[in-house]
Every structure is written in structure tokens, then in C-alpha cells.
Design a protein around this ligand. Structure first.
Ligand SMILES: [Zn+2]
Length: 178
């Protein structure tokens, strides 16, 4: 849980509280060249949300925590806590936007996705099945049609183990594998 505000173009402020520590982060620059500075103050847990003021001397964030009020001056050159309460009578209040997650600069970088592993090619071992006098081959079998049980010459059904077609006498050499 935290708050954020745009102080100026390309100048962002984020403030959150973690375990009683108020963390102030300023981000300056554009997305390509961004400088971030984080300063932590021991303030205790906030009793009310922090308030951001704009004064002629710069921005001032008032943190009201369990250990009292803390004023932090935010200038383009840096962030520093103030020892004395500033005069905020003429200051403008800058609304802070509630943030559901913490400072973007403090977030762990997204882990790059591992490169997709190419699927290994399907390996099919040559398979041979034998049931009685039926023989079937799959994969790298030499017979292109493993289910062939017909004479290539006359088309009559033949038994796979036969050397010759029983109808026309055609030699069934390629079927006689034993
Ligand atoms: Zn035949």
C-alpha cells in the first residue's frame, strides 16, 4: 500500500510504508533514462495518509506516524527531512494517488520467460506384431502397407506367410518375412 504523485513532468514521487518505515522514492527522467532515489524514514505506521504540499521552496511531504510528524522536503536535487515544521499556511495540497502495489522502481524485475523448447521429433521405434500366422509391422518396416494380405497380382486374399499366391501363383516374396 502506498501513494504516488506526479510532481512535475517526468518527476514522480512514490511513498509507502513498510514495517513502520516510510519509504520515499523519486523517479526523474523519462522511461528510457530514469533516475530513482529512495530514502527511508523511521516514522512508525501512518496514523493518517501522508500529505503532499507545494511550497515556493519545493515540495514538502508531511508524514504523520506513530512517532509524530515528519516533514520531508522534496526538491529536484534530493530529498531531505526537515528539522523544523515548515510554514504551510500558503502551501498548496497536491493530491496523492493511492497505489495498490509498491514503488515500481523497487519491484523485482520480471523474470524473462525461458525460451520455448522445441518439441523433440516423435520417435517411433519400428514395431512388429505377430499373432499366430498374422504379422504386422509398423514404423520403419520394409513393407509399405503393413496390413497387406492380398495378392498384388490378382487381388485375391493371401495368407501373410505364403511365398506364392494360392490363386495365381504370383510370387509373394516381400511378404515372406520370418
Ligand atoms: Zn494372385
Amino acid at each position: 500500500m502506498g501513494y504516488g504523485a506526479t510532481l512535475a513532468e517526468g518527476w514522480q514521487l512514490y511513498v509507502d510504508n513498510e514495517a513502520g518505515q516510510t519509504r520515499l522514492t523519486t523517479l526523474q527522467g523519462n522511461a528510457g533514462q530514469q533516475q530513482s532515489q529512495t530514502i527511508a524514514f523511521l516514522t512508525g505506521f501512518w496514523t493518517v495518509p501522508p500529505t503532499l504540499f507545494r511550497t515556493p521552496q519545493g515540495f514538502i511531504l508531511r508524514i504523520e506516524g506513530e512517532s509524530g510528524q515528519t516533514y520531508v522536503q522534496i526538491q529536484p536535487g534530493g530529498v531531505q527531512a526537515l528539522n523544523t515544521s515548515p510554514n504551510l499556511a500558503a502551501a498548496d495540497v497536491i493530491p496523492l494517488t493511492q497505489r495498490t502495489h509498491s514503488v515500481p522502481g523497487a519491484m523485482p524485475p520480471m523474470a524473462p520467460l525461458p525460451p520455448m523448447q522445441p518439441l523433440p521429433p516423435m520417435q517411433m521405434n519400428p514395431m512388429r506384431m505377430r499373432m499366430g500366422d498374422m504379422e504386422m509391422q509398423m514404423g520403419n518396416a520394409s513393407t509399405p502397407d503393413p496390413m497387406r494380405k492380398f495378392c498384388p497380382q490378382c487381388g485375391q486374399p493371401v495368407r501373410v506367410g505364403d511365398r506364392f499366391c494360392s490363386s495365381c501363383g504370383h510370387r509373394l516374396g516381400e511378404l515372406t518375412q520370418s
